[in-house]
Design a protein around this ligand. Structure first.
Ligand SMILES: C[S@@+](CC[C@H](N)C(=O)[O-])C[C@H]1O[C@@H](n2cnc3c(N)ncnc32)[C@H](O)[C@@H]1O
Ligand code: SF4
Length: 378
């Protein structure tokens, strides 16, 4: 077992209001954000986890949410300076911040860059006014367009636009118009998610009318071709990038790398190579509990059982549209290759995965039925 690269995730759990489809750990703001107290707590949280870094440099930082762009640039600067004071950041460390396209957030973009952010991920979701309203978004198409145009003027290593499809009553033409509009903004990276109805959301209790399966399939096929024709490589289920612009942070998850998670409900996955163990940990989820100085920040910490490692490894690796290197399995899990062969055998016999000398490759059929490959493992 080798020590994998290490990334850092920082969770910010507040939003102006809760979107009806969202099951992320985010809470509608009732008062001002307790910025100072939260940044202090995040830095305490990191300090308590430092041992798990095992002297590795951080290769990427992702400040996600919630809506991190609700924080002032000064708070983000204090956070990033505090992180850099505790950990070594690699020279080309990717530092992403998730931003909503509202006007207040946009006014802070330059300040975020001055604070050390070098990649923005902007939640556009749709460029149609009625769809945005149905999705409970508080920005309009014009704000989304100016946010993307603004991002293009900043000195960033990259930026991403989040777009959803399969929206309530969406037609193929409307979904294609959204994609055309996004492509025209020339983002180096696009995350193109199909809307899913998650349990315990407003959409789950009052389901909107979604397009039927044929329409969803046509949206996917035509959209996928459109993105490819515009020069975007589909390197993961929903991620499309121009050459050189894949998300380093997300790739690390999908390659079963290590990460520290700080903030409400954040998760960590850490390899203890000397002890031949992989640990996971989850932080207290609710902001009130997280900010309570009398409580420990870790909610639970556990070791991943060896029997669960093949499933966990492939659950991540299968997302990437590239051959899965056999060597990575032994490096990341510490298990013998024969364990992986056994786990993949049913998928190989059904033509979902093929075995090559140095790697396993998902077939076109396997790519359509990724969950079946995993179902075969349990
Ligand atoms: C943490 S969220 C968003 C960050 C930011 N607060 C925003 O809303 O723009 C990350 C992305 O996941 C996507 N997402 C969230 N819920 C989803 C759902 N139920 N189905 C599909 N995509 C979803 C959205 O595109 C969203 O931008
Ligand atoms: S989608 Fe984004 S803005 Fe909406 S509730 Fe979720 S995290 Fe907040």
């Amino acid at each position: 077992m080798k020590l994998p690269p290490l990334a850092l995730y920082v969770h910010v759990p507040w939003c102006i209001q809760k979107c009806p489809y969202c099951d992320f750990n985010s809470h509608a703001l009732k008062h001002d954000i307790p910025e100072e107290a939260y940044v202090n707590r995040l830095l305490d949280d990191l300090r308590a986890d430092l041992e798990w870094a095992q002297a590795r440099p951080i290769t990427s930082i992702f400040i996600g949410g919630g809506t991190p762009s609700l924080f002032s640039a000064a708070a983000i600067a204090r956070l990033l300076d505090g992180i850099a004071a505790q950990l070594t950041l690699s020279d080309d460390c990717e530092v992403t911040l998730e931003a909503n396209p509202g006007t207040f957030e946009q006014a802070r973009f330059a300040g975020f860059v001055a604070a050390g952010v070098n990649r923005l991920s902007i939640g556009v979701q749709s460029l149609a006014a009625t769809q945005l309203q149905q999705l409970g978004r508080i920005h309009d198409p014009a704000q989304a367009i100016t946010a993307a145009q603004h991002a293009r003027t900043l000195v960033l290593r990259s930026f991403n636009l989040d777009l959803m499809h399969g929206l309530p009553e969406q037609t193929v033409a409307a979904a294609m118009a959204d994609l055309d509009g996004i492509i025209a903004l020339e983002p180096p990276h696009i995350s193109w998610y199909q809307l899913t109805i998650e349990p315990n959301t407003s959409f789950a209790s009052r389901p909107p009318r979604l397009p039927d399966d044929e329409v969803l399939w046509e949206i996917y096929q035509r959209g996928h071709e459109k993105l490819a024709a515009a020069g975007y490589q589909n390197y993961e289920v929903s991620a499309y990038a121009k050459p050189g612009h894949q998300s380093r942070h997300n790739r690390n998850y999908w390659q079963f790398g290590d990460y520290l998670g700080i903030g409400c409900g954040a998760h960590s996955k850490i390899t203890l190579a000397d002890e031949q163990r992989i640990m996971r940990c989850e932080k207290i989820k609710h902001p009130q509990g997280y900010l309570d100085l009398t409580r420990p920040l870790r909610y639970r910490t556990w070791e991943v059982a060896a029997s669960e490692l093949p499933f966990e490894f492939f659950m991540n690796l299968l997302r990437l549209n590239e051959p899965m290197q056999k060597q990575l399995f032994t490096e990341r899990t510490g298990l013998a290759l024969s364990v992986a062969q056994q786990a993949l055998a049913p998928a190989i016999s059904k033509g979902l995965v093929v075995e090559q000398n140095e790697a396993w490759k998902t077939t076109d059929l396997g790519r359509r039925f990724l969950n079946s490959i995993l179902d075969e493992m349990v």
